[in-house]
Design a protein around this ligand. Structure first.
Ligand code: FES
Ligand code: MG
Length: 576
């Protein structure tokens, strides 16, 4: 392998020349107390750190970044920490999804505008993983993704609690009157008791698993709990590896091949992945010039069983159990020849290398192909006259009696309207009702908020029911569950057919046939379409206006149209 020389590095153009411009770069670096020995002949490694006081999932990044720097120094690099927006799932309104592309753009421009040769990306909370990766792909410099790691298992009154999943579950109980306020406060304090991201197989755990399976993280790194000392060591290894990748010129287009993307989809399906992962997978692959489609996801989903017995698709376990059972490498071993052996990772070695030596310590947590949690993949892609460009559902996380269902629609045009409906016991509601929320897509939400796990109506909760068919153009949290059809595309706000549905229309869901239709005649739909009036624009200025003008629909990954990449490596170098 030919190694790069110092004068081939981007940073040498900032620091090496004997000219006035470079003299300025050097003197202002000396100003910070650095010495020429810090940069001369060394690759500059950016550490994109998404730490902030508003981000509980990354609270340890303030410490962990020091371990990354240590690794970079050990390997002879110059570490430069560049903070980026932290996209806290816990605090940001209306939804972090509104800002995923903003973090992607920030990452891309931070790397491009500074004298950077390679990067360590520190993320983990839901949108941070795809955002950082999308931005870094578009720059094309070598990078390692450092996953935040899941927080410890939740614990209350002798019971394990899973992030999100148990919050939703027990909140329904609270609304049904079976849990007291005091008990609820105990759960609040027990459900998130260490730094780290959500420890169910929600969007965060799914996305870090996807990054690892795509080859973008060190093997085994995504399963390490945030509070485990292995996480410090792994952080240091990320720093060391990023330096080596620069010399080896191991750029993302050498790693993110169609085989790597298929592996990532296969692993995602076997984890029982979050529905959100579909949008991010498509966006990440397309940044790398690979035209991943919803139909590809459904194809791989149909032949990949769910092997990770982790909530919400699994029955009992959480990410800490997953790590003790062998972690993601053990899951990859169980997948056997379903993984494409040609794909490599940031190590420069094949993804599947060494899997034969991996041990599986608990086959109830990480199931063999012969005893899956669920026989098909956890996600199904639906098409039909309600969603010509697709919709998704997570059959593994809903009551099987709803896999084929016909029922009358009850339509809400906004979240406030929906809240009124579900809390009003007099609303005409039966167990067959299909509860619909629209105007909650990428444009309508705006930002496609996680409103898709529509809360169960009080009247049905009182009857002892805990699931029903729900339908929206929104997303739902990866920790959610239930018979929720999501991501209806095109969304109603831009005039998708969901906009034409009326309360009382019959809706037919058929998951085995992958269909979602409203049983309304073509003539009637044409009449309604002619009468449809587009809602007023959501924004008149600022980021929101740019978002509205350029956001693509869910089936295309919700990227901005102007960030699309037709090829693998569009590095635009600064001119001077
Ligand atoms: Fe950060 Fe769930 S809130 S991963
Ligand atoms: Mg989430």
């Amino acid at each position: 392998m030919t190694r790069k020389t110092y004068d081939q590095l981007r940073s040498s153009r900032w620091f090496a020349p004997d000219d006035q411009r470079s003299s300025g770069h050097r003197s202002r670096t000396l100003q910070m107390g650095y010495d020429p020995a810090d940069w001369e002949g060394k690759p500059v490694i950016a550490i994109i750190n998404t730490w902030s006081d508003a981000q509980p999932c990354h609270a340890h990044f303030k410490d962990r970044v020091e371990w990354v720097k240590r690794g970079i120094l050990q390997a002879g690099g110059f570490p430069v920490e560049l903070p980026a927006m932290s996209l806290s799932e816990s605090w940001v309104k209306p939804t972090t999804m509104l800002y995923r592309n903003m973090l992607a753009m920030e990452t891309e421009e931070l790397l491009r505008s500074h004298p950077i040769d390679g990067a360590v990306l520190m993320g983990g909370c839901d949108k941070t993983t795809p955002a950082l990766v999308m931005g870094a792909i578009s720059v094309g410099l070598p990078f390692v993704f450092l996953p935040a790691g899941p927080m410890l298992r939740g614990n209350y009154a002798g019971k394990y609690l899973g992030s999100g999943t148990d919050m939703f579950k027990y909140w329904d109980e609270r609304r049904a009157g079976t849990i007291t306020k005091e008990e609820w406060m105990g759960m609040e304090a027990g459900i998130a008791r260490s730094y780290g991201h959500c420890m169910t197989m929600g969007t965060a755990s799914t996305m870090t698993a996807i990054a690892e399976a795509m080859g973008l993280s060190l093997p085994g790194s995504s399963s390490i709990p945030a509070a485990d000392a292995n996480h410090q060591r792994m952080s240091t290894q990320c720093g060391r590896r990023a330096v080596e990748m620069v010399w080896e010129d191991l750029t993302p287009e050498k790693i993110i091949t169609p085989a790597a993307v298929e592996n990532a989809v296969t692993v995602a399906m076997a984890t029982g992945c979050s529905t959100n992962a579909i949008i991010h997978l498509i966006a990440m692959a397309r940044r790398a010039g690979i035209q991943l489609e919803l139909d590809d996801l459904d194809r791989i989903g149909r032949t990949t069983p769910v092997l990770a017995n982790i909530r919400p698709s699994g029955t009992q376990y959480l990410m800490e159990d997953f790590f003790y059972a062998g972690g993601l490498r053990a899951l990859m071993k169980q997948l056997g020849d379903k993984l494409d052996a040609s794909a490599i990772t940031v190590t420069g070695r094949p993804l599947v290398e060494g899997l034969e030596d991996v041990k599986i310590y608990n086959e109830d947590v990480i199931r063999p192909l012969s005893n899956p949690v669920y026989h098909e993949g956890s996600l199904a892609v639906l098409k039909g006259n309600l969603c010509p460009d697709g919709a998704v559902i997570k059959p593994a996380a809903c009551d099987p009696k709803f896999h084929r269902h016909v029922g009358p629609a009850l339509v809400a045009d906004s979240y406030p309207e929906l809240k009124k409906i579900i809390d009003d016991p007099d609303y005409p509601m039966t167990p067959d009702t299909v509860l619909v929320l629209r105007n909650a897509g990428p444009q309508g939400g705006p930002g496609m908020p996680e409103w898709g796990m529509i809360p169960m109506p009080k009247a049905l909760l009182k009857l002892g029911l805990r699931d029903m068919v729900r339908l929206s153009d929104a997303r739902m949290s990866g920790t959610s569950f239930g018979a929720c059809v999501l991501h209806v595309a095109p969304e109603s706000y831009v005039g998708g057919p969901l906009a034409l549905l009326k309360t009382g229309d019959m809706v037919e869901l058929d998951i085995p046939a992958r269909r979602l239709d409203m049983l309304v005649s073509e003539e009637e739909l044409a009449t309604r379409r002619a009468a449809w009036v587009a809602p007023p624009p959501r924004y008149g200025r600022g980021y929101g206006l740019m978002f509205s003008k350029h956001i693509e629909q869910a089936d295309k990954g919700c990227d901005f149209d102007f960030l699309r990449t037709e090829y693998g490596r569009p590095v635009d170098e600064p001119v001077i």
